[in-house]
Design a protein. Sequence first.
Lengths: 284, 277, 348
Amino acid sequence: MKSKSSWGRNFFIGLMLLFMYAPIIIMIIYSFNASKTMANWGGFSLKWYEALFSDRDIMAALEVTVTVAVLSSITATFIGTAAAIGIHSMKRRWRNAMMYCSNIPVINPDIVTGVSLMFAFSLLAVPQGYTRLLLAHITFNIPYVILSVMPRLRQTSNSLYEAALDLGAKPSVALRKVILPQIMPGVISGAILAFTLSIDDFVISFFSQQGAQNLSIYIYSLARRGINPKINALSALMFVTVMSLLLTVNFLGGKSSPEARKKRAQKKEARIARKAGTFVMEEN
Amino acid sequence: MKRKYFAIPYAVWMLVLIIAPMILIMMYAFTGQADGAFTLDNIKEALNPVYMKVLLRSLELAVISTVICLFLGYPIAYFLSRMPARRAAILSMLFIVPMWMNFLLRTYAWMNILDTNGLINQLLVALDLGRVKLMNTQGAVVVGMVYNYLPFMILPIYNILQKMPKESIEAAQDLGSTDRQVFTKVVFPLSIPGVISGITMVFIPTITTFAISRLLGGSQFMLYGDLIENQFLSVGQANGGWHVGAALSFIMMVLVFICMAIANHFDKGEENGGTMI
Amino acid sequence: MAQHLIELVDISKDFDGEEALKNINLYIRDGEFLTLLGPSGCGKTTMLRIIAGFEAPSSGKVFIDGKDVTNVPAYKRKVNTVFQKYALFPHLNVSDNVAFGLKLRKIEKSKIEKKVHEMLEMVELQGFETRSVEALSGGQQQRVAIARALANEPEVLLLDEPLGALDLKLRKEMQLELKRMQQQLGITFIYVTHDQEEALTMSDTIVVMRKGVIQQIGTPIDIYNEPKNAYVADFIGESNILPGVMVEDYFVEFSGKGFNCVDKGFTPNEAVDVVIRPEDIKIVPPSDGTLSGVVSSVVFMGVHYEMQIDTGEHTFLVHSTSKAEEGVHVGLSFFPDDIHIMRKDVEE
């Protein structure tokens, strides 16, 4: 009985994995198809890759995506860490109020956040294009940094701070030399999380662009016009990048691999949760 | 400088870019285009039969997608939780990796497959079964949604099943339960918080999505997210689109709020350091 | 240098309406080992934190070495603290922890190294410089905490129940260690504890506190032998406390009998509390004792037997090295100066 049911289980899991990967694999295969449609195989060709690289719009979109991700995650990390420290030392009522507000972009569906940002930008006459995109990304990144740093702050005993003061450190020095090192893992994972979310964002960026496209928006506009093998090529490249990143991180931290895996698992979970609008963050 | 003042930059930022706009949306929802006076016209417009039909359709598709995700996701999570730790870790990661691909690319992937000249139709033609219209159907949208959100269902359930103390299961077995009873009476009830989490994480995005429906459903029919996008971007500010769009958004926010409230009611007490409003 | 190194004048502290300290007046001498003793919530830790500078008093002033430091923040006071849970910096090793305060003052590196070495030697952790603090045992962590605080050469060392987390044997060893250190260094130690045995062992002066009010200040012997009120008597050591009447000076009535005693200054026939220590009561043949009763329980405590004698009016606790059998009728005997008279508590 054991082997029969485990065969059934394995088959089911295998099927599901196929379901998850088939579309991607198909895209990769057809990225090498010389013919434009899937109707026939025109032979192995790299022309779509060439087209991809010579497509200036894509390269521009890629640049926008990466720069926005880097800038917004760094800014969000600074503002968010400072905010977390501030919120942590507030009285309970204020703290709850701040956290409630801070979690609004986390809970709200993307579309509502995107629309409300559009409102804000237009009323404040923020210049369209890159500026709006950047501000939007910073806005939705900060709450995740805060949610990443807060548990660490809670874990850090207040007597450490007092001990530093007691030994003669000014409050700012105590913060820098004692509290910051303690919360650093949270700060870093917050930054990484922000970066990941930013790279992948579509909906919020959609409402904030008009002028600057990030990768998601570009793909959307391309895909709307129908099937385009350039996208296949892009997917193939992206998949390879993701896989190699995964493998490097996994093998890089040889002895810290369980930690690295845990960290990435946390990152993944949080990112997934973000997309759904509910936040569940696992601390160990 | 008092530490709590560190939060001031963010407080200001939040006020300007998060809180104020939300209030603005509310205001726009309830004021008229022409004069800015209080009016329920927008809400009435938002509640008109055509839009309501769209809302219903969106809900319908969301429910179907969520249910499918649940029926596929729970078994996956369950089987994974029963596997030896290493294998389970690798497999669960395999299920998550596609999430790292861009959301749109994942949706586009199905365009390839479902298209008139796409893979499935290729197969059907080869088998002499003629072509089937798969794209631009509600079915396509459901497939797209399930594909994108299945891992959201798997993960919370897997998490909670993994954390389940083995002693509970052993105690049940010790007291004479069969495998099936162990599941129905111990494992499943204890996994419900994870199920609720998963349902929430799938259902809410599926109501509000618009990219999936646009790419896989074409402009044939709209979902609620499309409606909102349409009002804001196509109809535009000048034509009152912002007011109607705001009203539609307002209705959506109410819906989401209700869903979260229900979810919270069932899920008293998160065991991990989560924040769920 | 002022003879009174630390002075607390009219210190009161309340937290959201709850009064933690009520009008405290206290001075602490240079070079003494002073213990704040009392149960949880009596205000002793609050008082320590006010001296350290982590809390500001709601009213009153704090003077250190003659200067008003009431509004001076903690990092500017020449006072160092050993925290209850040690508060070692996990991201720094032992040596960096100990050197923390010194590094802040930008002292020359070689001097710092020398000082760290000196401190670690004093707490008997030589060679532990590069160890990670998280890998140390509780006792070792505690010694690092002490080394870290003393490295700064403070005028006053504050210790907030530092021995609470240690096992009994280690605790007793550390008590003697700390006392020795204090005498060797010659600086003031202010020690907070709820353990009266600890206080009696280590202190030059004990301050007994209750609900934010000082009950008594004195040397261990004074407090033990001459408790000022029933609370102190009950808190310190074991005692028999019974109601009595001070008929006249040097004569008190309790338990239905009259006794000569050595206290005076009460109004005639004033109601008082009478305290007799268990070890001061001797078991004698019934005819020889001033009181008599039946032995209701005998427990072997190692050093002595703890026995309860029921006289009908009161059950007396007696500590003796000689054993009486349960159920036997015995006599109790004690000297007049073993009888301590205290004013009745007017506490709420």
